[in-house]
Design a protein around this ligand. Structure first.
Ligand code: SF4
Length: 302
């Protein structure tokens, strides 16, 4: 949609790839293709394929400036990673689903698939910025090229993809990337990589108890982690919904897929954390004292 779900708070484009949602060049695919369930995130139910009642004829959102107060918080935490404009402007060459309704069903079906491909591209490009992952850079670049080619396919080709298999292939690389980055930060080799994981800046961390930092997939819903030392932690897929992370040290933590909905990051330090997306941040709470990775933006509701 234009006038957007996550205006000015989407992930930045990385590595020259267009991985940031550009709603002005999208035919509001997420406002139509996705189903909503009335909840704290959405004010109403909506079936997949049915245009949202707030969608204007020109593909802008009629409540864009009031999404949260109108009960559409879920719209502010969705990021297509640029899949919407690729489908709209590249795959369908600028032909929208209103003027060519025979394309609508296929166009909407493409969104979740291309979004997954773009999400992988986003993580791969970030991994290529992590100096400790340099031994993997050739493999990461190869994967990036392969996934980008897949995203350039025809609609039929894209819909026939085994996306789960491609995700698994990339995930292996991202796991190895994470291990290299965090091992350096935790001083496994005597430890100087630390906070300087990104861009090769050695800032030195020393040993920080790596064995206690594996919280992958952990159920930390509502946990009291105020002031916790999570430096270099593996928080992949951790459930941190509503967790109290005020003042926590999350530097060089792997946050890929961590569920941060309503987690309180006030005063927490996330500088140097990696695989953290803008949508994750948008779903959390925080304040002016929250330290962020430089590529991400402080959500406007903090
Ligand atoms: S309220 Fe509807 S039109 Fe507005 S951003 Fe959300 S889904 Fe799109």
């Amino acid at each position: 949609m234009s006038e957007q779900r996550v205006p000015a708070e989407t992930d930045p484009g990385r590595g020259g790839l267009d991985l940031r949602a550009d709603c002005a060049n999208c035919f509001a695919l997420c406002c139509v293709a996705l189903a909503f369930t009335a909840s704290a995130d959405f004010a109403v139910d909506k079936d997949a394929g049915q245009p949202c009642g707030n969608l204007l004829p020109d593909f802008r959102c009629g409540v864009h400036a009031r999404l949260r107060p109108e009960g559409y918080q879920g719209c502010t935490v969705y990021d297509c990673f640029g899949a919407g404009q690729r489908i709209s402007q590249v795959t369908y060459a600028g032909q929208d689903w209103r003027s060519a309704p025979q394309t609508a069903r296929q166009m909407f079906a493409l969104l979740p698939v291309v979004r997954q491909l773009h999400e992988l591209l986003r993580y791969l490009t970030e991994a290529l910025e992590l100096e400790p992952a340099r031994p993997l850079h050739a493999d990461l670049r190869g994967a990036l090229t392969r996934i980008e080619r897949l995203a350039q396919g025809s609609p039929d080709e894209i819909l026939a993809l085994d996306v789960a298999a491609h995700r698994q292939e990339v995930n292996v690389l991202l796991l190895r990337t994470s291990e290299l980055v965090r091992a350096g930060a935790l001083g496994a080799a005597g430890g100087a990589a630390g906070r300087g994981a990104r861009a090769g800046k050695g800032r030195g961390a020393g040993r920080r108890g790596g064995a206690k930092k594996n919280r992958r997939g952990a159920d930390l819903i509502g946990a009291n982690l105020k002031g916790a030392d999570l430096y270099g932690a593996d928080l992949r897929g951790a459930y941190l919904i509503g967790a109290d992370l005020r003042g926590a040290d999350l530097r060089v933590a792997d946050l890929i897929g961590a569920d941060l909905r309503d987690a309180d990051l006030s005063g927490a330090d996330l500088t140097g954390s990696f695989f953290l997306t803008q949508a994750q941040l948008n779903a959390a709470k925080g304040d002016a004292g929250t330290g962020l990775p430089p590529a991400l933006t402080r959500p406007s509701h903090w």
